[in-house]
Write a protein that binds this ligand. Structure first.
Ligand SMILES: Cc1ncc(COP(=O)(O)O)c(C=O)c1O
Length: 392
């Protein structure tokens, strides 16, 4: 009886989730995102390799090839790149690998997606939320240096907002000066990390998400890059149950390995990347031109400045929640991705935090507009026309 009831409830929850998806598919004239991963045809030759080899996970040939090719894409040798199951796992593995002491505090922005904080807790650190700078929407190493409480800090997690560049050298210097390991959550920065010199990976491990919604999407996946080979080696070990040379677990670890199937999609996505990047760049430039006709609307810091992502995020001169509701009534889907910041979310309300005035201001005014690589010019113009109306 109880089992039947639970199954019924599960069924109802599933039906509700499906109907939400169906309504978002059908109700919006322009959806927020339309991810498109490599098709069956594009991936077939790689899947055939898996069939022939009968090797499906655990550092297989495709995973190794993808890792090496991606390392090269970022101008690094293969020892400097580790592919893992997803971005969140990659972040917690990077924290452990960089030497963040369990039980200590990790300073990170509240202005991020909840995954950043989840990874901190998964690595057994205490998230302590701090504010971002108003001009970059990122935490600032010069502010951090002045803190009186750095003694009990075991790590710093920097977050790139929606693909905007992070100054990796400045953070490497912070690590050297203070001895506090830094890791960089650059989830949406696949292209930024390769294209913007200031964001090229240094010592501080950089995490890039390969989730389906990201510029280089493979379904689920995460990449860690660092010039410190031993850190990358430890990321691999953490994501293999702590096991490396021998049969026994040597350090704390779990299963964070990337399967051959995801690697197959990744190799096909690499074949398509030049095309995909050009399309994303053309859509970004069109948005930049259209957004210039709006007064009071500013773009994400350094948006369109030589890098691409799958987001078009703006700061509005009005309440973003109200504008989102008006856009929705015009059948344009938008999203306040980071809500009020992570520290305001139920699961993290008990975590220590600073005063967060900039985060509160961004939470009130920032909105992401529809963006996908095959958006037409007409769709972009329509989004902007609706935004003008919603703001008036
Ligand atoms: C800022 C940020 N960090 C971490 C993640 C987690 O990445 P993944 O979904 O690959 O676990 C995301 C995902 O969107 C993100 O936006």
């Amino acid at each position: 009886m109880l089992v039947a009831l639970a199954a019924k409830r599960r069924g109802a929850a599933y039906a509700e989730a499906r109907s939400l998806i169906a309504s978002s598919e059908s109700n919006y004239e322009i959806p927020l995102m339309r991810p498109l991963l490599p098709t069956l045809d594009a991936t077939a030759k790689y899947f055939r390799e898996i069939d022939e080899r009968r090797w499906y996970s655990n550092f297989g040939a495709l995973e190794t090839r993808l890792e090496k090719t991606l390392a090269g894409h970022f101008g690094m040798p293969e020892q400097n790149a580790a592919l893992v199951a997803n971005g969140t796992t990659a972040l917690s593995a990077a924290l452990l690998a960089a030497g963040a002491k369990p039980g200590t505090r990790c300073l990170l922005p509240s202005w991020t997606f909840v995954a950043s904080a989840a990874a901190v807790r998964a690595a057994n650190l205490v998230p302590h939320f701090i504010d971002v700078a108003p001009d970059s929407w990122e935490i600032d190493p010069n502010h951090l240096r002045k803190r009186a409480d750095l003694d009990g800090v075991g790590a710093v997690m920097v977050v790139s907002p929606f693909g905007s560049p992070v100054d990796t050298r400045a953070w490497d210097n912070f690590w050297s000066e203070t001895g506090i390991p830094v890791i960089i959550d650059a989830a949406a920065s696949f292209d930024t990390v390769a294209s913007v010199a200031q964001s090229f990976p240094g010592r501080s491990p950089v995490m890039i998400s390969l989730h389906a919604t990201k510029a280089f999407g493979i379904g689920e996946g995460g990449l860690v890059l660092s010039t410190l080979e031993d850190v990358i080696q430890r990321v691999r070990r953490v994501c293999n149950f702590g096991i490396w040379q021998g049969p026994e677990s040597e350090i704390l670890g779990y299963n964070g390995k990337l399967s051959e199937y995801h690697a197959a999609i990744g190799l096909a996505a690499l074949d398509e990347w030049p095309h995909r990047r050009a399309a994303l760049q053309s859509r970004t430039q069109r948005y930049v031109v259209e957004l210039e006709r709006l007064t009071g609307v500013t773009m994400l810091p350094r948006y369109g400045d030589g890098w691409v992502s799958t987001y078009c995020t703006v700061r509005l001169p009005a309440n973003a929640r109200d504008v989102a509701a008006r856009m929705s009534s015009m059948r344009i889907e938008t999203r306040r991705w980071w809500q009020k910041g992570v520290s305001a979310q139920a699961a993290y309300r008990d975590a220590p935090h600073d005063d967060l005035p900039v985060t509160a201001e961004l939470a009130e005014h920032v909105l992401s507009l529809p963006f996908f690589h095959d958006m037409s010019d007409e769709q972009i113009v329509r989004v902007i026309d609706c935004l003008v109306e919603a703001l008036s």
